[in-house]
Design a protein around this ligand. Structure first.
Ligand code: TXA
Ligand code: MG
Length: 349
């Protein structure tokens, strides 16, 4: 299949590209598009055949449900039951934006889209290209992140093309995304609201609106015997091709240990990489040292993490070490993705 690649440049030509994307989606095809979190791989959420195509293009297990993206608040109750109005409160506070709600689904949403579940994940993204494309497609677009299953989510169209070229109908290039990590997922189907995947919208922010909000224990804890409630969170994820470990402890000892580990790997003939921060990057000796930004700036860290993991892949780095980051606020999302990328391999010094 030839994949059309269209750059959204803010000119009047964008309208025609969006109209075409809408037609492809309505006809059951797949279009990758930018959102404020990561690029999505879109298909008509109400068409079971489209959802099957999404699973095939990503190589994703079909028990891992998709998020339905909407572009109007009033469309929420066409696809989901909101029994106690918590959804309305959350929507008013965080939509459009990087927040996904799990609600009980209505019959129009096919089981293919929800991976066989009777609940549905819904998100109203704030990115203008996403909103206009969803509108052109008829209002309901199922979209996982636009990466091959298991790889880091794409933060620019270039990475979408790397994974999806030849497998989907169209890529809309809207430049680099703003946030860089996937949306927060909030389950509202139980008595107590629970975060199933941390993101830009933090537990503290949600508690201001809802009161007590729980966090799925499996998010930062590999030893938990529980199964994560979001089926996708159980898979190895966000992972680079090389081997990644996180080194945690007092800063000077971390630097020392990472340098020793890199020396050892280099002696074994392996190409090494280090994920550092601006404050420490100059202290490392490795084939490739990358800073995610200042340790104080969580938004910068979130923004660069997936790009850096993909750059290490491109450079053929075989062994990588990362410093650990704070796990408060947005740091919870950063450490959750980093731990998964590392398969929970943490070295404490
Ligand atoms: O930021 C995002 O959310 C991006 C952009 C494209 O919107 N999308 C995204 O989708 O990250 P995906 O498919 O890569 O991740 C969706 C996650 C998976 O872990 C899946 O298991 C979970 O949401 N999920 C979807 N529906 C669910 C449901 N009904 N119950 C529990 N978890 C659900
Ligand atoms: Mg994903």
């Amino acid at each position: 299949m030839k994949t059309l690649y269209e750059v959204m440049d803010g000119s009047s030509g964008d309208e025609e590209k969006l109209r075409k994307a809408g037609e492809i989606l309505k006809a059951g095809g797949l279009v990758a598009f930018p959102t404020e979190t990561v690029y999505g791989l879109g298909g008509d959420a109400l068409n079971p055949a489209s959802s099957r195509k999404i699973y095939a293009a990503k190589g994703r297990p079909s028990d891992n449900p998709l998020i339905v993206h909407i572009c109007r608040l009033c469309d929420l109750d066409r696809i989901a039951w909101d029994t106690d109005k918590r959804a309305a409160l959350v929507a008013r506070a965080f939509w459009p934006g990087p927040l996904t709600m799990i609600l009980n689904k209505k019959d129009v949403v096919p089981m293919e889209t929800t991976g066989g579940l009777s609940t549905v994940a819904v998100r109203f993204p704030s990115h203008p290209v996403a909103q206009r494309m969803i509108d052109a497609a008829g209002g309901f677009v199922a979209a996982p992140s636009a990466n091959t299953s298991g790889k880091p989510s794409p933060t620019s169209a270039r990475y979408v093309a790397e994974d999806m070229d030849g497998k989907i109908d169209m890529i809309l290039d809207g430049g680099d995304v703003g946030i860089g990590l996937e949306s927060t997922i909030l389950d509202l189907t139980e008595k107590d609201p629970m975060i199933l995947r941390p993101g830009y919208v933090t537990q503290e922010m949600l508690e201001e609106v809802l009161g007590k909000v729980l966090v799925d224990r499996t998010i930062l804890d590999a030893s938990s015997a529980q199964r994560p409630k979001a089926p996708g969170m159980k898979y190895r994820h966000y992972a680079p091709k090389g081997e990644l470990a996180i080194v945690e402890g007092e800063p000077e000892r971390v630097t020392e240990r990472i340098n020793a580990l890199c020396r050892q790997a280099a002696q074994e003939g392996k190409k090494t990489g280090v994920i550092a921060v601006d404050e420490t990057a100059s202290r490392y000796l490795a084939d490739s040292v990358k800073s995610v930004g200042s340790r104080e700036d969580e938004e910068a860290i979130a923004h660069s993490l997936y790009r850096i993991l993909r750059e290490f892949d491109d450079e053929g780095i075989e062994v990588m070490y990362s410093e650990a980051f704070s796990s408060h606020g947005m740091g919870q999302a950063i450490m959750n993705r980093l731990l998964k990328a590392a398969g929970h391999h943490v070295i404490r010094v």
